[in-house]
Write a protein that binds this ligand. Structure first.
Ligand SMILES: O=C(O)CCC(=O)C(=O)O
Ligand SMILES: [Fe+2]
Length: 222
Protein backbone atom coordinates (compact mmCIF):
# COMPACT_ATOMS: atom_id res chain seq x y z
CA UNK A 1 0.00 0.00 0.00
CA UNK A 2 1.26 3.44 -0.92
CA UNK A 3 0.06 6.34 1.20
CA UNK A 4 0.36 10.04 0.46
CA UNK A 5 -0.61 12.51 3.19
CA UNK A 6 -1.00 16.25 2.61
CA UNK A 7 0.33 18.74 5.15
CA UNK A 8 1.95 16.31 7.54
CA UNK A 9 3.95 19.28 8.80
CA UNK A 10 2.43 22.52 10.06
CA UNK A 11 3.61 25.71 8.34
CA UNK A 12 5.79 26.73 11.35
CA UNK A 13 7.43 23.28 11.33
CA UNK A 14 8.10 23.48 7.60
CA UNK A 15 9.59 26.96 8.06
CA UNK A 16 11.81 25.80 10.92
CA UNK A 17 13.13 22.89 8.85
CA UNK A 18 13.79 24.87 5.68
CA UNK A 19 15.38 27.82 7.50
CA UNK A 20 17.62 25.60 9.56
CA UNK A 21 18.66 23.57 6.50
CA UNK A 22 19.37 26.68 4.41
CA UNK A 23 22.37 27.44 6.64
CA UNK A 24 23.54 23.86 7.06
CA UNK A 25 26.49 22.01 5.60
CA UNK A 26 25.67 19.16 3.21
CA UNK A 27 28.02 16.30 2.36
CA UNK A 28 28.15 13.66 -0.39
CA UNK A 29 25.16 11.31 -0.03
CA UNK A 30 27.21 8.25 -1.06
CA UNK A 31 28.54 7.81 2.48
CA UNK A 32 25.32 6.24 3.75
CA UNK A 33 24.36 4.21 0.67
CA UNK A 34 24.78 0.45 0.29
CA UNK A 35 27.58 -0.71 -2.07
CA UNK A 36 25.29 -0.98 -5.12
CA UNK A 37 23.10 2.08 -4.39
CA UNK A 38 26.32 4.13 -4.11
CA UNK A 39 26.84 3.65 -7.86
CA UNK A 40 23.65 5.58 -8.69
CA UNK A 41 23.31 7.98 -5.73
CA UNK A 42 24.17 11.53 -6.75
CA UNK A 43 22.92 13.89 -4.06
CA UNK A 44 24.00 15.60 -0.88
CA UNK A 45 22.75 15.21 2.66
CA UNK A 46 23.02 17.02 5.96
CA UNK A 47 26.22 16.09 7.76
CA UNK A 48 25.36 13.53 10.48
CA UNK A 49 27.47 15.52 12.94
CA UNK A 50 25.69 18.83 12.22
CA UNK A 51 24.50 20.46 15.48
CA UNK A 52 20.86 20.78 14.35
CA UNK A 53 20.43 17.12 13.26
CA UNK A 54 18.91 15.76 16.48
CA UNK A 55 16.38 18.57 16.87
CA UNK A 56 15.24 18.35 13.24
CA UNK A 57 14.98 14.57 13.38
CA UNK A 58 12.84 14.77 16.53
CA UNK A 59 10.55 17.31 14.89
CA UNK A 60 9.94 15.00 11.92
CA UNK A 61 9.52 11.87 14.06
CA UNK A 62 6.94 13.67 16.24
CA UNK A 63 5.01 14.76 13.14
CA UNK A 64 4.88 11.15 11.92
CA UNK A 65 3.94 9.79 15.35
CA UNK A 66 0.99 12.11 15.86
CA UNK A 67 -0.62 11.16 12.52
CA UNK A 68 -3.50 8.70 12.99
CA UNK A 69 -3.39 7.40 9.41
CA UNK A 70 0.30 6.49 9.75
CA UNK A 71 -0.28 4.83 13.09
CA UNK A 72 -3.07 2.57 11.80
CA UNK A 73 -1.71 1.93 8.28
CA UNK A 74 1.98 1.49 9.13
CA UNK A 75 2.02 0.51 12.85
CA UNK A 76 5.47 2.00 13.49
CA UNK A 77 7.73 0.24 15.96
CA UNK A 78 10.74 2.41 15.19
CA UNK A 79 11.11 5.40 12.87
CA UNK A 80 14.79 5.51 12.01
CA UNK A 81 17.74 6.47 9.81
CA UNK A 82 16.33 9.91 8.89
CA UNK A 83 18.33 11.88 6.33
CA UNK A 84 17.92 15.42 5.08
CA UNK A 85 18.76 15.25 1.37
CA UNK A 86 19.37 17.98 -1.14
CA UNK A 87 19.35 17.58 -4.91
CA UNK A 88 20.80 20.52 -6.84
CA UNK A 89 20.74 20.82 -10.63
CA UNK A 90 22.01 17.62 -12.29
CA UNK A 91 21.59 15.46 -9.18
CA UNK A 92 19.52 12.25 -9.15
CA UNK A 93 19.27 8.86 -7.49
CA UNK A 94 19.06 6.01 -9.98
CA UNK A 95 17.01 2.83 -9.61
CA UNK A 96 17.80 0.99 -6.39
CA UNK A 97 16.33 -0.93 -3.53
CA UNK A 98 16.82 0.22 0.05
CA UNK A 99 18.90 -1.89 2.42
CA UNK A 100 16.75 -4.30 4.44
CA UNK A 101 18.74 -3.63 7.61
CA UNK A 102 20.00 -0.25 8.72
CA UNK A 103 21.31 1.52 11.80
CA UNK A 104 24.78 -0.13 11.79
CA UNK A 105 24.95 -2.70 14.59
CA UNK A 106 21.38 -1.96 15.67
CA UNK A 107 19.87 -3.96 12.77
CA UNK A 108 16.76 -1.87 12.27
CA UNK A 109 14.51 -3.34 9.58
CA UNK A 110 13.18 -1.20 6.76
CA UNK A 111 9.55 -2.18 6.14
CA UNK A 112 8.30 1.20 4.93
CA UNK A 113 10.27 4.01 3.25
CA UNK A 114 9.14 7.62 3.26
CA UNK A 115 9.92 10.89 1.54
CA UNK A 116 8.75 14.09 3.19
CA UNK A 117 8.91 16.90 0.64
CA UNK A 118 10.28 20.23 1.90
CA UNK A 119 10.50 22.14 -1.41
CA UNK A 120 7.48 23.42 -3.26
CA UNK A 121 7.16 21.64 -6.64
CA UNK A 122 7.04 25.12 -8.24
CA UNK A 123 10.61 25.75 -7.12
CA UNK A 124 12.32 22.93 -9.03
CA UNK A 125 11.97 20.94 -12.25
CA UNK A 126 12.51 17.19 -12.50
CA UNK A 127 13.23 15.42 -9.20
CA UNK A 128 10.15 13.17 -9.30
CA UNK A 129 10.22 10.10 -7.08
CA UNK A 130 9.39 7.16 -9.36
CA UNK A 131 8.20 3.92 -7.76
CA UNK A 132 8.08 0.69 -9.77
CA UNK A 133 4.85 -1.06 -8.86
CA UNK A 134 3.28 -4.20 -10.32
CA UNK A 135 1.06 -2.06 -12.58
CA UNK A 136 4.07 -0.03 -13.81
CA UNK A 137 5.94 3.09 -12.78
CA UNK A 138 4.19 5.82 -10.82
CA UNK A 139 5.65 9.31 -10.37
CA UNK A 140 5.29 11.41 -7.21
CA UNK A 141 6.09 15.08 -6.67
CA UNK A 142 4.23 16.37 -3.62
CA UNK A 143 3.64 19.79 -2.09
CA UNK A 144 6.06 21.04 0.58
CA UNK A 145 5.10 19.49 3.95
CA UNK A 146 3.45 16.43 2.38
CA UNK A 147 4.72 12.86 2.66
CA UNK A 148 4.66 9.60 0.71
CA UNK A 149 5.11 6.25 2.46
CA UNK A 150 5.72 3.07 0.42
CA UNK A 151 6.86 -0.51 1.02
CA UNK A 152 10.67 -0.63 1.16
CA UNK A 153 10.53 -3.70 -1.08
CA UNK A 154 9.83 -1.62 -4.22
CA UNK A 155 12.51 -0.50 -6.68
CA UNK A 156 12.51 3.30 -6.96
CA UNK A 157 14.53 6.26 -8.21
CA UNK A 158 14.68 10.05 -8.21
CA UNK A 159 14.72 11.73 -11.63
CA UNK A 160 17.46 14.31 -12.32
CA UNK A 161 16.74 17.81 -11.08
CA UNK A 162 16.99 20.19 -14.06
CA UNK A 163 16.17 23.50 -12.32
CA UNK A 164 16.16 24.70 -8.71
CA UNK A 165 16.70 22.60 -5.60
CA UNK A 166 14.81 19.61 -4.24
CA UNK A 167 14.99 19.32 -0.46
CA UNK A 168 13.47 16.26 1.24
CA UNK A 169 13.61 14.22 4.42
CA UNK A 170 13.86 10.50 3.80
CA UNK A 171 13.59 7.82 6.44
CA UNK A 172 12.47 4.30 7.21
CA UNK A 173 10.00 2.60 9.51
CA UNK A 174 10.30 -0.77 11.15
CA UNK A 175 6.69 -1.86 11.56
CA UNK A 176 5.18 -4.00 14.31
CA UNK A 177 3.78 -6.09 11.42
CA UNK A 178 6.44 -6.83 8.82
CA UNK A 179 4.15 -8.28 6.12
CA UNK A 180 2.59 -5.50 4.03
CA UNK A 181 -0.48 -7.63 3.17
CA UNK A 182 -1.17 -8.29 6.84
CA UNK A 183 -0.75 -4.57 7.56
CA UNK A 184 -3.33 -3.84 4.88
CA UNK A 185 -5.86 -6.31 6.34
CA UNK A 186 -5.43 -4.74 9.80
CA UNK A 187 -5.76 -1.27 8.30
CA UNK A 188 -9.00 -2.19 6.48
CA UNK A 189 -10.48 -3.77 9.61
CA UNK A 190 -9.50 -0.77 11.71
CA UNK A 191 -11.03 1.61 9.17
CA UNK A 192 -14.30 -0.34 9.04
CA UNK A 193 -14.63 -0.59 12.84
CA UNK A 194 -14.01 3.14 13.20
CA UNK A 195 -16.63 3.92 10.59
CA UNK A 196 -19.16 1.55 12.24
CA UNK A 197 -18.43 3.18 15.59
CA UNK A 198 -19.01 6.64 14.07
CA UNK A 199 -22.42 5.50 12.69
CA UNK A 200 -23.83 3.35 15.47
CA UNK A 201 -21.50 3.53 18.49
CA UNK A 202 -20.43 0.44 20.40
CA UNK A 203 -22.72 -2.09 18.70
CA UNK A 204 -22.31 -5.89 18.70
CA UNK A 205 -20.86 -5.66 15.16
CA UNK A 206 -18.32 -3.13 16.38
CA UNK A 207 -17.35 -5.37 19.31
CA UNK A 208 -16.86 -8.38 17.00
CA UNK A 209 -14.68 -6.36 14.63
CA UNK A 210 -12.62 -5.14 17.59
CA UNK A 211 -12.18 -8.75 18.71
CA UNK A 212 -11.06 -9.92 15.25
CA UNK A 213 -8.74 -6.93 14.82
CA UNK A 214 -7.13 -7.47 18.23
CA UNK A 215 -6.79 -11.22 17.69
CA UNK A 216 -5.12 -10.82 14.29
CA UNK A 217 -2.80 -8.12 15.62
CA UNK A 218 -1.83 -10.39 18.50
CA UNK A 219 -0.95 -13.18 16.04
CA UNK A 220 0.90 -11.05 13.51
CA UNK A 221 2.89 -8.65 15.62
CA UNK A 222 6.66 -9.25 15.42
O1 LIG B 1 14.57 11.41 -2.30
C1 LIG B 1 13.71 10.55 -2.39
O2 LIG B 1 12.52 10.82 -2.62
C2 LIG B 1 14.06 9.10 -2.18
C3 LIG B 1 15.51 8.89 -1.95
C4 LIG B 1 15.84 7.45 -1.78
O3 LIG B 1 15.34 6.61 -2.47
C5 LIG B 1 16.79 7.04 -0.74
O4 LIG B 1 17.40 7.91 -0.09
O5 LIG B 1 16.96 5.82 -0.55
FE1 LIG C 1 15.73 4.66 -1.68
Amino acid sequence: MILTIDSLLTLPELKELTESLSQAEFVDGKITAGWHAKLVKHNTQLDKQAPQVQKLQNLVIMALERNLLISIAVRPKKIHSLRFSRYDIGMSYGTHTDNALMGGGEFLRSDVSFTLFLSSPNNYSGGELIIEQSQGEVSYKLEAGSIILYPSSFLHRVEPVTEGTRLVVVGWIESLVRDEYKREILFDLDTVRRSIFAKEGKSIEFDLLCKTHANLLRQWVD
